[in-house]
Design a protein. Structure first.
Length: 134
């Protein structure tokens, strides 16, 4: 029974990791338009394409998953700040501002869960390594 529960947790975290990666890639595809005069936008685009890749590389290397999780956390933190400031500038309805912020805060919390999963996997790898031969 416990192993089934742990499998459910593992599948849920894998789906969360994949879902966040798809969300960030959809932000890239739906939000950014290429302009030859704005090279800095291309830089942001490249970073936002790489972050979900790092997050998904957890399955091969948990250390890379930690880096991806931290980058994802920072992405949602910056996204929340940018959305809050832009919503306040256009005098958006408070309910809309609240929904935007709650979404980013929940995704930041999810990033923390994924960072913890990657750190737990790193510790598990170190504990299960065979002792070196003398």
């Amino acid at each position: 029974m416990v192993t089934n529960l742990l499998k459910i947790e593992q599948v849920g975290k894998a789906l969360l990791r994949i879902g966040i990666a798809i969300y960030i890639w959809s932000v890239v595809l739906l939000s950014f338009q290429f302009d030859k005069g704005k090279l800095w936008m291309a830089g942001i685009w490249v970073v936002l394409v790489i972050i979900p890749g790092l997050l998904l590389l957890h399955f091969k290397s948990p250390k890379t998953g930690v880096i991806g999780g931290i980058a994802t956390f920072l992405f949602f933190l910056i996204s929340g700040i940018v959305i809050l400031s832009s919503d306040l500038q256009v005098n958006a309805v408070w309910q809309l501002i609240y929904l935007h912020l709650v979404k980013d805060i929940l995704l930041m919390f999810a990033s923390i869960v994924l960072i913890g999963e990657s750190l737990k996997e790193i510790v598990r790898d170190k504990l299960t390594q065979p002792f070196p031969k003398a």
